[in-house]
Design a protein around this ligand. Structure first.
Ligand SMILES: Cc1cc2nc3c(=O)[nH]c(=O)nc-3n(C[C@H](O)[C@H](O)[C@H](O)COP(=O)(O)O)c2cc1C
Length: 187
């Protein structure tokens, strides 16, 4: 049987982040007999910023920069399920995750997208402050533009607030919400 491929990208700036711990719990949730699952902590990768050089437009699917993104492009293209887990920084996307997203200009510039698998997408985002207006709007705006380029369908965004006071890993209501979203991803 062909295993479904799940790619989880963690966009927190620090090691052993809450985002990463949530990612590890998600890995444990999936049966590895059925799923090929990868958890990648983006901050630990050596990723350079998109140069906006349009090399990938002229050389369809090839980025001029040779770094960890070369493999991530393949992982994104071949995944059936893609999950981003990340905190919000200054009501925005943390720089390390934004760097990876900007490098997806390669997919935007790809005219023949037949090599990219259709996939389901879930975003899980953490904010230290109690809920406020537009706390996670930057993620939603970015996903509206990014997801069509990587042939991903938005299945949900989980917004976790007040994490500076409450440990999300001890929140049973949140555990249920994540489980429900994961069930919907593989349904
Ligand atoms: C540089 C920086 C900026 C932050 N900006 C915000 C913010 O604008 N809004 C918010 O709710 N929390 C903000 N936070 C708090 C983090 O989102 C929160 O602590 C989160 O739980 C960290 O998750 P992690 O452990 O996965 O890194 C900020 C934290 C840092 C380090």
């Amino acid at each position: 049987m062909i295993k479904k491929s799940i790619l989880i990208l963690v966009g927190s700036g620090h090691k052993d982040s809450c985002s990463y711990k949530i990612g590890k719990n998600i890995v444990d949730y999936f049966d590895d007999e059925l799923f090929d699952i990868q958890l990648i902590d983006i901050a630990q990768l050596d990723l350079r910023e998109c140069l906006g050089c349009e090399y990938c437009k002229a050389h369809q699917g090839i980025c001029i920069i040779k770094d960890a993104m070369t493999e991530i492009y393949q992982e994104i293209a071949q995944s059936d399920i893609l999950i981003f887990i990340s905190p919000v920084y200054f009501s925005n996307i943390p720089a390390m995750l934004k760097k990876l997203i900007d490098r997806c200009q390669l997919f935007y510039n790809l005219r023949d997208k037949s090599s990219i698998k259709r996939k389901q997408f879930l975003g899980i985002h953490l904010g230290g402050a109690p809920e406020y207006k537009d706390q996670f709007t930057a993620f939603k705006n970015t996903y509206n533009v990014l997801l069509p380029d990587i042939k991903a369908e938005m299945k949900g965004i989980i917004q976790i607030t007040d994490t500076d006071k409450k440990d999300p890993l001890l929140d049973n209501h949140l555990k249920k919400e994540i489980k429900l979203n994961l069930e919907q991803l593989i349904a």
